[in-house]
Design a protein around this ligand. Sequence first.
Ligand SMILES: [Zn+2]
Length: 229
Amino acid sequence: MSETGLLFTRAYSQQAMSGRVDELTDIYQYAFAQAPWNEVGKCAKNEKTPTCPDGFSALQVGSFCTACELIVEQPAYSDEELRKKFTKPEDAEHHTVWYLEETGAGKISLAVLARITTAQGLRNIAFENNKPMQEWISSKYNNPGQSVVWIEDIFADTSIRESGNLKNFGDMCRQIATGSGESSEIAIRTLNPKVVSAAKRDFGTKCKIYDPVFNEVPDRGRFIKIAGL
Ligand SMILES: [Zn+2]
């Protein structure tokens, strides 16, 4: 455990976090409802009007979405869906590591969910139902057995620390990657420009950023690869 300001940083196994799933769920739902995600609800599915990316909407359940002209049907992230995500059974292909920044009283201010896996595992875990991304991953990693730390989610309780939640980003990546016991590469898919800035700030030329704006990745978010930690 080390201290950063008044916060303590620590990595946890999935098992160690099993009693804190509700706490993580609350922070996750709250965090992703804010900008830049604005993921509050999910619009009804209609192949003919795929206006809202991935179906996410900034509107509450029951509202009419003028972008896709459908009713918002479900919350962006249900308790059940998040419980599944946070307790995903580990297997030969991956295990889960949590990195937390906590107050002295043990309140979570920042949570990072990482899957210790391989390039092949990345295809299956991160992009299970996404053929274009699976093919893209294969084209970017020559060796399917290459170890990869997939940073699946980074979310903060901004009521504890309003800004500067990525101050410790570089150390966080190193702590997770070295904890995995190998010199792994880091992979992150993000919609958050602050994560991209933090990666550039802390890793410079060691990080490569693929941007959908420039058709560098067939996805809604940017993909960051960090090698040589
Ligand atoms: Zn919509």
